[in-house]
Design a protein around this ligand. Sequence first.
Ligand code: ADP
Ligand code: MG
Length: 654
Amino acid sequence: MNVIELKGIKKTYHLEKLDVPVLYGIDLTIEQGEFVAIMGHSGSGKSTLLNILGLLDKSSEGSYKLAGIAISKYSDDELAALRNHYLGFVFQQFNLLPKLTILENVALPSIYSSSKDEDHHEDPKKLLNMVGLSERISHRPSEISGGQQQRVAIARALINRPLVIFADEPTGNLDTKSTKEIIKILKDLNASGITIVMVTHEPELTSYATRIIKVQDGLILSDERNESESAGVAKHHSRQFKRKPFSLARIKDYCVQAVGSLMGNKMRSILSILGVMIGVASLIAMLAVGNGAKRSIESEVSQLGSNLLMVMRGTSQKQGISSDVGARMRIQVEDINDLQSNVPGVKAIAGYVSGVGQVVAKGNNYSTHVQGASQIAVEIRGLAPSVGRFFTKEEDSSRARVVLLGETVVKEIFNSENFNPVGEYIKINRIDFKVIGVLPSKGSNWGRDEDDKVVIPLNTAMHRFTGAKELKYLDVQVEDYADMNKIGEDIKTRLLFTHRLPSFERDAIRVVNMAEIQEAMEAMAKAFSLLLGSIAFISLLVGGIGIMNIMFVSVSERTKEIGLRKAIGANNIDILFQFIIESIFVCCVGGVIGIIFGSGISIIITKLAEWDTVITSSSILLAFCFSVFIGLVFGVWPARKASKLNPIDALRHD
Ligand code: ADP
Ligand code: MG
């Protein structure tokens, strides 16, 4: 059976400005079981011919049949599968992968192979035993001699039971003794039926060959059969070959390679991990701060109640000058009852006045915000006191001098936060008031202390305190959230009517929809988180570009390895995956460390700046997925570059 049939093979290398013709038309048929030695001067085209024979390179012209298969229309990936399935390679430079053990090197082609079937694979240990290296299986290639490395390479070539072994000056780098050993092994393999095609320029080796082909200037000069040597027994080699798209062994190898390559360049790996780590940590911290801000706004807003309308006199900006369009509008206490009974859908209304008061107790003097409020405000604004009680309707209408203090005020005038002031008497602007409760703490909001105030009954405030005839604003609680806008308009209409204002003065009344404020605040919180997020995103991007850089370096450093992997059957996807996994691995490690770091930073921010920060599991998940994504995106380009390499160009790379 013909293993190889070449017809009219020509090869021209295309350099930048120059075409270099190397093979001028080679016709060659090799039968199964032959041991072919290709000889010739340096530069005569032997390696070029062998690379074409071994499907590592493509001819410029001519046809090629391997085991009866015309390969001209085969894709790169199909050629890789053919190499893996039918061919074995032994190179002058051995080309073992330095980070794998001897055993792993031998087993390497099997991970790219189509079948896990025992029938199609040799046992790597058995092969190492055969080449006399069973003691060395866990060594690294650098720990054994050149002759031993070449024996490992032969074992590797045998792992998938090849039809043909190609050897390009396999003994070129070896001493005489090792040369003898290698040639003996090749001879034995040939005797077992494997076809061997070997390039050499050592004439003494040709005595082992069954056929000697001399090449000169890109043409076959002579082709002689060595009568003393007979071809080995032909063994039929036929099996379906179809590569499995995925195998666990391959994935495992990608991961092992990724870890190995990262461990092999520790400094570089640490730097690229650092880049991702900083990005992820800032993402986590920024999200935590953003979420914290959002949460405090949300709690603020929920205290306001979303079914509230605030009614006040209107102001408007006209050409930058604020004009008091509401000057003729004065909201009166009477309006509360009037609106309550004449506007349908209103549930409750509270009126407010406010001023600044000088609070004095126990010789302490403190200036604070004094608010007069309707009794119903206890419900509408959630003012139920933490200590003591709220004032009653009767106390409001009888203008009782009772007061509820904010926590800050308690602290300022009684010198202690935990002091219970209920029952104490204080003076506000020289008027005596009895303390009946402490207001619930509302914390601070955008830098304003919400607990720095006191609340007194509305009527007390209007008649005994400010003397004002006008309410500052009304809180209108509506029955149904959906009617808010309509009720707002009804209130305007009613107020215009009762205050005898013309309808074009609608702007004299301003109705603020709390639901809208709530939305506005939420939008602001969202914008704030988005801003922080985008800053973090940029740092992640920078980290990603760092990774890309490192990956490019890694690809160019490992070009030879890529060449070897392709030669023994790795296809483009395999190489692509290998590098992408490496990049994702860096990003995962950086991501996990970054998450831990970022959480630490948020906790420190909470402690030091007293800012609310919230780390949610979704932000952790987001940060992690994002770092994997970065690894993928920035790994793809270098990985693609690696996967597109031509096997023989990559192998020649130094
Ligand atoms: P041999 O193995 O017989 O010494 P080669 O097949 O390696 O010879 O090379 C034959 C000729 O082709 C040489 O002149 C060499 O310079 C040229 N050559 C080999 N590879 C390339 C290449 N990738 N690009 C350009 N020229 C090449
Ligand atoms: Mg050569």
